[in-house]
Design a protein around this ligand. Structure first.
Ligand code: CTP
Length: 412
């Protein structure tokens, strides 16, 4: 069945390709409302949009006979911005409401897909990189621009992908969208004390070196934001997360090593209803931490051998503690076929004793990152409870809905 899709058009040279995107969406049976920014009309005029789309075209919040942004946002099953310029990304990131498109995005509760297109220098600029990171973290889907000839005559990354790629991504998101959107879940975690760990621990070797991992902490941050939006009192225990990602958050406790994290979690166990271990905690750490920098010996070519020891398993420890949180949730990344992933996940769920284990089947994505993330949720006996797909925010909401459901069952 066709969806109602708002196609936003920002003011870039690639705006002409949005005409093909609109036509293709309509050909596939969707209803399209085009919302161009005023600047984009210099590239493709209002008459074109009125000719190709099924609804009247407005650009400003106060247009004569004007469309109401809240009404448009409510009708939309999806908002797709083609092209999203650097300026549009900055405005959406800042929560601006200075034209009808920005205001509609601000008022929307449906998924938002942005297809950026700009000169590669603008795409690579630190301000744009940061805007992209924050928008993705908030759950918006950004399609990676393609590489090739740019409007300026240069060539590089920044080209709008082909219209079919954009339409496929939009339809993929509509199909995979999990039903538990934010507006449906309300304040179902009100009064619940939730501790979430995020990021990756770094285990020191000497004063300047460490053993670490690549966890960005995004899933844990998305969980903290959604739990807090759903009424929980949230403590986020973070290991080595880039400051900009933490711009909105409740109580934040820094725990850079496995030992710090064990302490920070342990101190809160008795006063916590729900513990979610989303952090990538090192399984091993150097047995001895050198007090001064380990130096090479200029007289020989030998390299030191570093002896490792196991770190405490914080998740298993919390799950078996005498005064444990009512719900303990763990994460596990597994590779292989789906049967292998589930078998390993089952074994891990039983071993750790967590009430829920969110198994991330890694390495199977089709490329649009946010669109294709999937979590298999297992119970403590290893039974499959749910399969959730979507952006990190949607995964967070799906997982939190199960947590809220278990809490409700415990209370009734
Ligand atoms: N975890 C923990 N303490 C550790 C290591 C991991 O609490 N010392 C938690 C993580 O936060 C995560 C889960 O346990 O919730 C991951 O389990 P782990 O056994 O480390 O899984 P992987 O590293 O994914 O897998 P492997 O079994 O391959 O080690």
């Amino acid at each position: 069945m066709g969806a109602t899709i708002v196609v936003g058009v920002a003011g870039g040279i690639a705006a002409f390709k949005a005409v093909t995107v609109v036509r293709e969406l309509e050909r596939r049976g969707h209803r399209v409302i085009v919302v161009p920014t005023p600047a984009s009309l210099a590239f493709v005029g209002r008459a074109t949009w009125e000719a190709v789309s099924s609804a009247p075209v407005h650009t400003g919040v106060f247009d004569a006979g004007g469309a109401n942004h809240v009404e448009i946002a409510r009708m939309a099953d999806l908002i797709l911005v083609v092209p999203a310029t650097a300026d549009l990304l900055a405005r959406v990131r800042a929560g601006r409401a200075d034209d009808l498109l920005a205001t509609t995005i601000l008022a929307a509760t449906c998924p938002v897909v942005l297809a950026p297109a700009m000169h590669s220098a603008m795409w690579g600029n630190a301000a744009t990189r940061n805007n992209v990171e924050v928008l993705r973290e908030r759950g918006l889907t950004l399609i990676e621009p393609a590489s090739g000839a740019l409007g300026s005559g240069d060539s590089g990354v920044g080209r709008l992908p082909e219209p079919e790629v954009i339409v496929d991504a939009a339809e993929g998101l509509l199909a995979h969208r999990h039903k538990t959107d934010a507006s449906a879940s309300g304040h179902d975690l009100a009064g619940t004390r939730v501790v979430i760990t995020a990021g990756g621990t770094r285990e020191p070797l000497d004063p300047v070196r460490f053993l670490g991992n690549r966890s960005s902490g995004r899933q844990g941050i998305a969980l903290a934001r959604r739990a807090s939006a759903r009424g929980a009192t949230v403590t986020l225990i973070v290991a080595n997360i880039e400051g900009s990602l933490l711009s909105e958050g409740g109580e934040i406790v820094e725990a850079p090593t496995a030992a710090d994290m064990e302490r920070a979690v342990g101190e809160r166990l008795e006063d916590t209803d729900v513990l979610i271990m989303a952090a990538a905690v090192a399984d091993f750490r150097p047995k001895v931490v050198a007090e001064t920098k380990i130096k090479k010996d200029p007289r020989d070519e030998s390299a030191p051998t570093i002896e490792l020891e196991r770190t405490p398993d914080i998740l298993a420890g919390a799950a078996s503690a005498p005064r444990r949180p009512r719900i303990v949730v763990g994460f596990g990344a597994e590779t292989g076929t789906i049967d292998e992933v589930l078998a390993r996940g089952r074994a891990k769920a039983r071993r750790k004793g967590a009430d829920l284990l969110a198994v991330n089947a890694v390495g199977r994505g089709r490329g649009f990152g946010d669109v294709e993330n999937t979590l298999h949720l297992l119970d403590s006996a290893g039974g499959l409870v749910d399969v959730i797909s979507g952006t990190k925010q949607q995964l967070a909401d799906g997982l939190l809905s199960h947590v809220a459901g278990i809490l409700r069952n415990m209370e009734s």
